[in-house]
Design a protein around this ligand. Structure first.
Ligand code: PLP
Length: 368
C-alpha cells in the first residue's frame, strides 16, 4: 500500500457510501481513464474475470460459439468462454513475447471458417506485462473482422508503440487482484471504446435492471460491480502505480544484468523499442543444454532451499485437464516455455538485502 488508500476508505465510511457505487467508484474510473489517456470509458468491476465475462457477453458470445484464446495464460482468461457455453480454441505462443503467435492465430481462424464456425472473439494476453505483438495480431483480427478482448490484467502501465495496454483491443480488461501491479484486494475493470459499451457493461454488472420504478428485467444480470470501499483503495493505489512500475522494471534490470554472464539463461525482455513492459513479473528460461544439465526445476528447488520463492510459468491451457478436449493450434513453444521457464521474486517491496540474498543463492547455484 502507498499510504493514502485509507483516507479514501475513511471518506467512504464517513459519508456512508458503503455500497457498490459512490464517489470512489466514479473517482477510480476517472483516474484510470486519465491514466490510459486514450478517450476510453472505464467500468469498475468486482474482478478481471468479470470484465472478460462481460466483454464476451457484449460481443455476443453464446453457447456453441468458438472463441480464440492464448493458451499460455492464467485460467481466468479462458474460463469465461466456458461460462458462456462456448468452445475455447487455444493458440500457441511466439518465442519473442511468449504471447499469442500470429501465424498459429491465422491458421486457426482459417480452419474454423472452413468448418463453418467463424470465431466470435479473440482473447489475447499481455503475459507478465509484456505486450503481445499488437500490430500483427490486430491486423489478423481486422482481416477477418473478429473483435479482440485484450486481457491486460497483468499489464497496467505497459505500452505498445507508446499506447497504453488495455486500450489496444476492442474491449480491454484490467485486474486489481492482490497479486497484480496495483491492488484493491480484489477488483477489475472493463475498458470500453464508447460510453454506450461502458454503460452496457455496468448494466449487466448491476443485475440488468430495466428502466422502471419496480424491478424489471429483460436480460440475465450479474452482480459484478466494484464496491465503493474497494474503489477507495484503488484511488490511493493510482498514486503509486508509476513508482511500482519503476520498481518492477528495476528488478527486471537486476536480473537482466545478472544473467547476461550466465550461459543458457535468458530473461524475458522487450524484443525492440515498440514494446514497454511494466515487468510485473521477471521471468527466465533455463536451457539445460547450455547449463551443464541444470534445469529450471533444479534452480527452483535450490532457491526454495534458501527460502526464496520462485514459480514455474503459467501452464498452457491446452495442457490443462479441464481443457483437454478443446482444439489447439500451433507447435510446442508454449509447452517448452512451461518446461523451462521460471518466475523470479519481482515484488515492488524487495529491499537491497533481498536482492543480495537472491544474488547469493543464484551464485551458489550457477557458480558454486
Ligand atoms: C489475474 C488475471 C486475470 C483475472 O483477474 P482477476 O481480477 O483475478 O479475476 C485474468 N487474466 C490474467 C492473465 C490474469 O493474470
Amino acid at each position: 500500500m502507498g499510504g493514502t488508500e485509507q483516507n479514501y476508505v475513511k471518506e467512504a465510511f464517513d459519508t456512508n457510501w458503503v455500497a457498490p457505487l459512490g464517489p470512489n467508484v466514479n473517482g477510480f474510473e476517472h483516474d484510470l481513464e486519465t491514466y490510459l489517456n486514450q478517450n476510453v470509458f472505464i467500468g469498475a468491476l468486482s474482478s478481471g474475470t468479470a470484465a472478460i465475462h462481460l466483454g464476451l457477453i457484449i460481443l455476443g458470445v453464446k453457447a456453441g460459439d468458438e472463441v480464440i484464446c492464448q493458451s499460455m495464460t492464467f485460467s481466468a482468461s479462458a474460463n469465461p468462454i466456458k461460462y458462456q457455453g462456448a468452445t475455447p480454441v487455444f493458440i500457441d505462443s511466439e518465442s519473442e513475447t511468449w504471447n499469442m503467435c500470429p501465424k498459429a492465430l491465422e491458421a486457426a481462424i482459417i480452419d474454423c471458417i472452413a468448418k463453418g464456425k467463424k470465431p466470435k472473439a479473440i482473447i489475447a494476453v499481455h503475459l507478465y506485462g509484456m505486450p503481445f505483438n499488437a500490430a500483427t495480431i490486430l491486423a489478423v483480427a481486422n482481416k477477418y473482422q473478429i473483435p479482440v478482448v485484450e486481457d491486460s490484467a497483468e499489464a497496467l502501465g505497459s505500452k505498445y508503440k507508446g499506447q497504453k495496454c488495455g486500450t489496444l483491443g476492442d474491449i480491454g480488461v484490467l485486474s486489481f487482484n492482490g497479486n497484480k501491479i496495483i491492488t484493491t484486494s480484489g477488483g477489475g475493470a472493463l475498458v470500453a471504446k464508447t460510453k454506450k459499451i461502458k454503460d452496457k457493461a455496468v448494466f449487466f454488472a448491476t443485475q440488468s435492471r430495466d428502466n422502471a420504478p419496480h424491478y424489471q428485467h429483460s436480460e440475465i444480470g450479474y452482480n459484478y460491480r466494484m464496491s465503493n470501499i474497494v474503489a477507495g483503495i484503488g484511488r490511493g493505489q493510482m498514486e503509486v502505480l508509476d513508482e511500482h512500475i519503476a520498481l518492477r522494471r528495476a528488478m527486471h534490470d537486476f536480473y537482466a544484468n545478472y544473467f547476461k554472464d550466465i550461459k543458457g539463461v535468458t530473461v524475458l525482455t522487450e524484443p525492440n523499442t515498440d514494446y514497454f513492459s511494466n515487468h510485473w513479473l521477471s521471468a527466465i528460461l533455463v536451457n539445460p543444454e547450455q547449463t551443464d544439465g541444470k534445469t529450471r526445476e533444479d534452480l527452483r528447488l535450490a532457491l526454495d532451499a534458501a527460502n526464496i520463492e520462485s514459480r514455474p510459468l503459467w501452464k498452457p491451457m491446452h495442457l490443462q485437464p479441464i481443457f483437454a478436449n478443446d482444439p489447439y493450434y500451433g507447435g510446442t513453444i508454449s509447452e517448452s516455455l512451461f518446461q523451462n521457464g521460471l518466475c523470479l521474486p519481482s515484488g515492488s517491496n524487495l529491499t537491497r538485502e533481498d536482492r543480495d540474498r537472491i544474488k547469493a543463492a543464484l551464485d551458489a547455484f550457477f557458480k558454486g
